[in-house]
Structures are given as C-alpha cells and as structure tokens.
Design a protein. Structure first.
Length: 459
C-alpha cells in the first residue's frame, strides 16, 4: 500500500491523526511525487505533511511545488519552520522563489536564514535580474591540481554530499578556474596520478553577468549537465545546472508563443493571471490590429468601382488574402524560431530572402493552379461558365495567388529580421503585422491584376 495512497487517503490519515502512517508513506515517495501529492491536499493538510517530512526531503519537495502552493505553505508555517525549510533549500531554487515574492516578504524570509545562508542568498540576489548570476549555486566540489586522484576522491567523499551535482569537479588556483574534469576521468584514473596529469585545460564557462537566455544557448551547444560560472577575471563563482536552464527555456518558449499570437507575455499561468490583466495584455494588440484593419478598408475603397463592375471578384477576395496571410505566417514562424535557436542571423537576410521568394513562387503556383481549376470546374458544374470571362477570371485568381503568396512569404521572413535589427522582439511583431500587411497588399495585387486583365471585358 505504501507509495500508492492518493491525496484523499492522506486527508483521511490527517483527520485520524495517524502521523506514523503518513510519515511512512511519504518517505517512500520521491520529491516530485510528494509535490504532486501536496498540490492535491487541502491547505491545512499540506502543513501537516510538511511537518512530518525530514528537513532535506521537505526542502526538495518544496522546490518542486508550484508557486501558489509555496506561498500558502510559507504563510501557514511557523517562522522557525520556514527558516529551517529555506535553509535546507538549494541556493538557486531559493533565489528563484525570492524573485517571485514581494520585496517586503523577501526581506523577512532572508532574516529567517542562518548567517551563512543569508550571505549566500544576498550574494545571489545582488546579481542583475535575469542574469546567469541569479541561476547559479555555490554548491560544487573543487580540487587542486597538485592533489593525487586519491586525495581528490577523499575530498569528494567528505564534501560531495553538499554539492548540487558531482558530474564535474572543478580545478582552481587562488579562486581562478583552471579546468573542469568529468567525474568519470577521476574515477578511472590510477589513485597515485596527479590531477594536473588528467587536466586538458579546455573548459566552457558562463559569465555571471550574461543574460539567462545565453545560458540556454550555451547548454544546447555544449550538451552539458552543468557549467561553471565565472566573473570577468575568470574567478569561479558557482555553477548552473541543466534543471534551472530548462525552466528558463520553458519560460522563453512560452513567452515567444504568447507574443507570436499577438498577446503580451503573461506574468503568471493563464488561470492565475487576473482577468483585468489578461484583458489588458490582449486588448493592446487587438487595438493595434484593428487600427491596421483601417488600411484594409482604405485599400478596398480605392477599388470600389472595380468591385461594383465585377461583383464576382469580391466572392474570391477572402480566398486570395487568406492565402497571403497563411504563407506569411508560415515564413514568420520559421524565421522567428530559427532566430531563437541561432540557426540564422541578421547577416543571412539575403539568403533568406532568396529562399523565401523561390519558395513563395512555387507555393503560389501550386495554389494558383488549384484556384484556376476551382473557377473553371466550379463554373462548368453550376452552369455559369462563360467562355469569354471565366478563363480570364480564373487567370486573375491564379496570377494573384502567385503574387500574393510571394509577398506574404517575403513579409513573413523579412519583418522578424527588421524588428530584431531595430531592437524589438521578433516574436511580438511577426504574426499580427504579417497578417495586416498581407491583407492590404493582397487587395492591391488582386484588384490591380483584375483591372489590367479584365479591362474592356467586365470592367
């Protein structure tokens, strides 16, 4: 039965004050499972469960809980319990928690820390917001180059339990990082061999002042579980581990998706964002797009006489302009993501333009052939086929689709690059602006071609 009880059964045990069984059950679970369990409990039961957990288990479980649950626990637990919990948390997880709390609450929580942990917390919080320094932990193992492998292993056994990870050990001299060595190299080396003999003096590191997004890029490039963090003098300050970087990558991807959908990035989860803030962040872009829609109406009014003379052209207008918007959104999505992953840079603009123009032409031809066939076959089947006008209308549709799809792909590929060049976020500008641009250019291209080909026939 141990390890299989669900939240309702834990609630029953709490009500029955069967604390021994609760403790026995919880010890069998890992921290992630316990965090899920705690999230499903009533507020008063959560505190009971946390009080029954060993300190190190409680701290690890707390770090996996969602922010709302963490806030409730901090509010319900006694000051001494909160202090013990925060003291046991890893410094990087604790810093992430402090970043999301109000300043007055953070000040109070920092005062509940031990002198040693308070110094660590303040040191990490002193780094700029969104910098690598906020992600790092000072819990790592260092060795000296003049040590033997046996001395290094003895040191790891004595102090490794407090390290965030033991995948790598770090060689320093007077605080300066000289190398990082995979633990496998240490374990497989002869006991009497010197650390200096297994060093290769090749290591990757992050600057504490670097942007956190650069850490994501560096972890992708190096395929490492942990990277050392240094200052401009190459002094080792801490390490950043993959779990923290994955959180940043998730936040970054979520923010880009929201911006790409013409929504300002949300500061919290969808359910937890206040309705007023949700409306405000969505209304801004809707107003911008609505104003942009005036351009579409202006373009339509310029061809009012053309529409009056050939009403049939208006029937196919949604088909035409949606194709431009769709192709532009495709191109924008590809380029924005390629920029985020570092696959392309601003200097690649000419190559991107050529590729998208070629792709747009081929895609436009494909849609143009389908559009031509749709007009010819459709009017033949419904009895409205006119040998003098139907082929011309079908040709207008086909040529317009080629031009509009090419314009859409060009706009979709170039707008993100332009916005990045101007210092704006490409994701925030692409989809909504591409759609508006495609609508306006689609109308102009469509009716211009119609005017040229149908003059003297329908116009």
């Amino acid at each position: 039965m141990v390890g299989t009880l669900l939240a309702p059964e834990i609630e029953q045990l709490v009500a029955a004050r069967d604390f021994a069984t609760i403790r026995e059950v919880c010890i069998e679970w890992d921290a992630v499972e316990l965090a899920d369990l705690v999230a499903g409990l009533r507020e008063e039961s959560r505190v009971v469960v946390f009080r029954l957990l060993p300190k190190h288990v409680a701290a690890e479980t707390f770090s996996y809980c969602d922010f709302d649950t963490q806030q409730e626990l901090l509010h319900d637990m006694a000051r001494e319990e909160v202090g013990a919990l925060l003291n046991e948390m890893s410094p990087d997880d604790r810093t992430q928690l402090f970043e999301d709390l109000p300043g007055n609450v953070v000040s109070e929580l920092i005062n509940s820390l031990s002198v040693e942990e308070r110094a660590v917390a303040l040191a990490l919080l002193n780094w700029p917001e969104d910098s690598v320094g906020r992600l790092m932990t000072p819990d790592y193992v260092i060795v000296k180059k003049h040590w033997s492998v046996q001395q290094a292993l003895d040191h790891i056994r004595n102090y490794g339990k407090d390290s965030e990870t033991l995948n790598y050990v770090y060689v320093t001299e007077h605080g300066t990082l000289l190398d990082d060595i995979h633990i496998r190299e240490v374990l497989l080396a002869p006991a009497d061999r010197k650390i200096a003999e297994i060093m290769d003096h090749r290591f990757e590191s992050l600057l504490a002042t670097d942007d956190q997004e650069s850490a994501v890029t560096e972890f992708k490039r190096t395929d490492r579980f942990a990277l050392p963090v240094v200052d401009i003098d190459n002094k080792l300050l801490g390490i950043v581990t993959l779990d923290d970087v994955l959180d940043i990558a998730e936040e970054q991807a979520t923010e880009e998706m929201q911006k790409f959908g013409a929504v300002q990035a949300l500061d919290d989860t969808y359910i937890d964002v206040p309705l007023g803030e949700l409306i405000r962040k969505r209304a801004t872009w809707l107003v911008v797009l609505f104003v942009g829609g005036f351009l579409t109406a202006t373009a339509m009014s310029a061809f009012e006489s053309t529409i009056d003379s050939a009403v049939i052209l208006a029937l196919f207008l949604p088909l035409i302009i949606s194709s431009g918007g769709n192709s532009g959104s495709q191109a924008a999505t590809l380029i924005v993501r390629a920029l985020a992953l570092g696959e392309v840079t601003l200097s690649d603009w000419w190559q991107i333009m050529r590729r998208e123009l070629a792709a747009g032409f081929v895609l436009g031809v494909i849609l143009g052939v389908l559009g031509f066939a749709r007009i010819m076959i459709g009017q033949s089947m419904d009895g409205t086929y006119n040998p003098s006008t139907t082929p011309l209308i079908a040709t207008v549709i086909a040529i317009s689709l080629v031009g509009i799809v090419m314009a859409g792909t060009l706009a979709g590929s170039m707008l993100p690059l332009l916005m990045k060049r101007l210092g704006f976020d490409p994701a925030a500008s692409s989809a909504p602006f591409v759609a508006t641009f495609s609508d306006v250019t689609g109308i102009i291209i469509y009716f211009t071609i119609a005017t040229l080909l149908l003059r003297g026939v329908l116009l």
